[in-house]
Write a protein that binds this ligand. Structure first.
Ligand SMILES: Nc1nc(=O)c2c([nH]1)NC[C@@H]1CN(c3ccc(C(=O)N[C@@H](CCC(=O)O)C(=O)O)cc3)C=[N+]21
Length: 291
């Protein structure tokens, strides 16, 4: 391998250490402890693991774990009423509805019950619109983590040619927008893109968020380019990403591993968003009191 490794675990640890101090300072200044309500419906094993990690990290950062669990067969009305209660609860700074939800539920209207100042996933219609309009707001965690990783390794974004592979609401679209806002020239590629390898080979930065194991390999990478792998797949040989790591690392200049790349950053940025949400609510409450 010739590429340098982007160590997401190390960057996430630094972000979390700084956050812990910021949380203490916020509590000292306001008397308010930020709290995160993760909402898990049912018992999907992968979701159980993710949510357990999020809860543990929340507590380690000095914030309150306000986790809520509903049964697998919960109705739309039951989840709605829980989300309305959390939306109104001043102890709750951030609300995260763990995805995917069971098949009987319609996720989009549930997500939109989360007020934008508690939307730590940045997935509500209002948060998505505020990102599109470049208004302040909470940004989706994985895309924010990708930007943080590029900055941590001094990868220039302004003027760079970036190819994002994947157009999902959770990752592809928002990461493309964050990159455009940083003055990158961004191409969004997807399953209908012609000559994907050729398109990718024009990129200084490739962000693989397509959900196909090992799709991106050496022929997609310009020598020296930076490769960010957002994919996560569980196979017999353990975790792997959308990038065929060995061959790609022979060509790339910098590359994220899976695990230990983008994943830990997603959780770190969720915690950062939870503190930002608490700050935002504190400011909004102060503004309302003096109005
Ligand atoms: N509302 C919502 N928001 C999410 O942000 C969200 C979600 N639903 N549903 C599922 C996906 C997936 N996701 C990950 C978080 C951390 C790791 C992570 O920490 N990965 C470790 C490995 C952890 C392991 O061993 O499984 C790593 O890559 O090093 C991965 C994936 C957040 N998601």
């Amino acid at each position: 391998m010739t590429a340098g490794l982007i160590d997401g675990k190390a960057v996430a640890a630094r972000v979390r250490a700084a956050l812990k101090d910021d949380v203490s300072a916020f509590i000292a200044r306001t008397g308010v402890q930020p709290g995160l309500a993760t909402v898990l419906v049912g018992g999907d094993p992968a979701s159980e693991v993710y949510v357990a990690n999020k809860r543990k990290s929340t507590v380690a950062s000095g914030m309150a774990d306000l986790h809520q669990h509903l049964p697998e067969d919960a109705s739309q009305a039951e989840v709605e009423s829980l989300l309305r209660r959390l939306a109104a609860d001043p102890q709750v700074s951030g609300i995260l509805l763990q995805l995917p939800v069971p098949a009987q539920l319609n996720a989009a209207p549930l997500i939109d019950l989360i007020p934008f100042e508690k939307d730590v996933d940045g997935l509500t219609t209002l948060s998505v619109g505020r990102l599109a309009q470049q208004k302040p707001g909470l940004r989706p965690c994985t895309p924010a983590g990708v930007i943080e990783l590029l900055d941590a390794y001094d990868v220039p974004i302004e003027g760079a040619n970036v190819v994002v592979i994947g157009r999902s609401e959770l990752v592809g679209r928002p990461v493309a927008q964050l990159l455009v806002n940083r003055n990158a020239t961004v191409t969004i590629a997807h399953s209908r893109t012609r000559n994907l390898a050729e398109v990718c080979r024009a990129a200084d930065i490739v962000v693989a968020a397509v959900g196909v194991k090992g799709l991106i390999t050496a022929e997609h990478i310009k020598p020296g380019a930076t490769v960010i792998d957002v994919g996560i797949h569980r196979g017999p040989e353990g975790l792997s990403g959308d990038v065929d790591f060995g061959p790609a690392a022979e060509v790339a200049g910098l590359i994220t591993p899976v695990p230990g790349g983008v994943g830990p950053m997603t959780i770190a940025m969720l915690l950062v968003n939870t503190l930002r949400a608490a700050e935002l609510q504190y400011e909004l409450a102060g503004a309302a009191a003096t109005a």
